[in-house]
Design a protein around this ligand. Structure first.
Ligand SMILES: [Zn+2]
Length: 232
């Protein structure tokens, strides 16, 4: 596939389809592949990590046509992205709302900055899949049946792959970031935990803590390579 010349990188030249709506009614958009879906990449499930959304968007905009085997969700939590909150509009951390065996009710904390104590409270939801964004994402995965899913996050600077898969090893080698089996603390109800319980290979790609310009320079090319050649 040809890449578009740089002057055309301002827009995505084909339309997404909707796979649901957020709590506030924003469309949940997916850019589908032209052929069978082998890989789904999603970004922006945490609204305080917008760099994942625009890195993936910048990669997608370099393509002249839909990738053959890769589906793209630029903002899995559009309410959080537009409001600048980690959680959705109901204060639920969507990455603690998936129906993994270890899901538990109550609150979850996160750090305001990476040096801070983890003491900012969000909810895990009233029950697993209580939120329209998580329900829709799992329905999309059942529809697309990808062979693997990459979840983009920031800023822990690692490739988190419980399966130590070829895809995870490839990304670690390509980015120079460490390949880890977990992020070092429990993440009950996370998308990755749900994937482990359900035989869906999930690789969590954690951008480093870096200026936007640096992230775009270093990681957009990796994402373009994935879109063109998922390798799964
Ligand atoms: Zn995150």
């Amino acid at each position: 596939m040809n890449l578009r010349p740089r002057p055309q990188w301002g827009t995505i030249p084909w339309a997404p389809t909707h796979y649901g709506r957020s709590v506030l009614g924003l469309p949940l958009e997916v850019w589908r592949p032209s052929g069978e879906c082998h890989l789904l990449i999603h970004a922006g499930i945490h609204g305080e990590e917008p760099e994942t959304t625009y890195a993936l968007s910048r990669a997608l905009r370099q393509l002249a046509e839909p990738p053959e085997h890769c589906a793209v969700v630029l903002a899995a939590n559009p309410d959080g992205i537009t409001r600048g909150t980690r959680g959705n509009a109901r204060g639920v951390d969507l990455n603690r709302n998936f129906p993994s065996k270890d899901w538990r009710p109550g609150t979850v904390t996160h750090r305001s900055t990476i040096q801070d104590t983890s003491d900012v409270l969000l909810s895990t939801g009233e029950e697993p899949l209580s939120e329209p964004e998580t329900r829709a994402l799992l329905a999309l995965i059942r529809d697309l049946e990808p062979r693997a899913v990459i979840a983009l996050h920031a800023p822990l600077e690692c490739i988190d792959d419980a399966n130590d898969s070829a895809l995870g090893r490839r990304l670690a080698q390509r980015t120079g970031m460490p390949l880890v089996r977990d992020v070092g603390y429990p993440t009950p109800g996370s998308f990755g935990s749900w994937g482990s319980d359900n035989g869906v290979p999930v690789v969590t790609y954690e951008f480093p803590l870096a200026a936007t310009e640096v992230l775009m320079r270093d990681h957009v090319p990796v994402l373009v390579e994935l879109l063109l050649n998922p390798g799964v």
